[in-house]
Design a binder for this molecule. Structure first.
Ligand SMILES: NC(=O)c1ccc[n+]([C@@H]2O[C@H](COP(=O)([O-])OP(=O)(O)OC[C@H]3O[C@@H](n4cnc5c(N)ncnc54)[C@H](OP(=O)(O)O)[C@@H]3O)[C@@H](O)[C@H]2O)c1
Length: 248
């Protein structure tokens, strides 16, 4: 029988991260989820006995080592790191400030890098996997999205560089690039009002060739598959799961 695997999912209390955590847990993996707010973390952890929550902020440099240490202290191994937590903003260039740009890059680029670095010795032991969660806008330009888009473009290129660097030690690194997906993101990290979010959702739906926005499970199923041994010969790839938006 295969040993029980241990998966870290950042931003596991909502949306795509929560759906991925539930899928890993349902197939028997132990899952450590992180998030900044305790209540949603506790609520998500209560949904399955295999899920444990940790209040941790991806933008805090000390939380990367603390997150990996929590998984090791509990279960002694790490098989996969899912860099899912993200930050973004509708941010026209004229309104860009050092604080707003730094807020985005510290969650989308620096945090995933520090987490991957901290997890490295453990992933090497398990010949594990890293999955980074990018966006259609990691490779498609968007108005007033330049810093979010550039941070996801950086994450996509980190994916390819890490894949090459870590292949000799058996660690695979891939990314999913999600299209517009039902979650807390528009009113949460993008800071839109309910009315603004509803109008943007309708615009997005109209632009998506397959005619609908995604649901978290559309993305989560690919995250889980990329960790699976069946994807064992795949590394350095960015899979677009976006209803065809990236083609339009
Ligand atoms: N939904 C979309 O349309 C879409 C499209 C493309 C890409 N994505 C990407 O998908 C990922 C997940 O987004 P989602 O749509 O599922 O969003 P969501 O429903 O808002 O969930 C975000 C999760 O991340 C956590 N989080 C946010 N900032 C964090 C931080 N600094 N440290 C730790 N946890 C943090 C949130 O909890 P707390 O707020 O309590 O910290 C929450 O658990 C992001 O990387 C996003 O860029 C989403």
């Amino acid at each position: 029988m295969q040993d029980q695997r241990v998966i870290i999912v950042t931003g596991g209390s909502s949306g795509i991260g929560r759906a991925a955590a539930l899928r890993f847990a349902a197939q028997g993996d132990k899952v450590l989820i992180t998030g900044r707010r305790p209540e949603p973390i506790h609520a998500a952890a209560a949904e399955h006995a295999n899920i444990v929550g940790l209040v941790a902020d991806v933008s805090s440099p000390t939380d990367a080592a603390r997150t990996v240490a929590e998984a090791i202290d509990r279960w002694g191994r790490v098989d996969a790191l899912i860099n899912n937590a993200g930050a973004g903003a509708i941010l026209p260039l004229a309104e860009a400030t050092v604080e707003r740009i730094t807020d985005i890059f510290s969650v989308n680029v620096i945090g995933p890098s520090l987490l991957a670095s901290a997890a490295l010795p453990h992933l090497e032991k398990t010949r594990g996997a890293i999955v980074n969660v990018s966006s259609t806008f990691g490779h498609k330009p968007g108005v007033a999205l330049s810093h979010y888009a550039a941070s996801k473009a950086a994450l996509e290129h980190l994916t390819r560089c890490w894949a090459l660097e870590l292949a000799p030690v058996g660690i695979r690194v891939n990314a999913v690039a999600a299209g517009p997906t039902e979650s807390g993101a528009l009113t949460g990290m993008m800071g839109l009002s309910l009315e603004q979010a509803a109008s943007l959702k309708e615009q997005e739906r109209a632009q998506i060739p397959l005619g609908r926005r995604g649901i978290p499970d559309d993305i989560a199923s690919w995250i889980v598959h990329l960790v699976d041994p069946e994807a064992g010969w795949m590394t350095g790839q960015v899979i677009a799961i976006d209803g065809g938006l990236g083609l339009s």
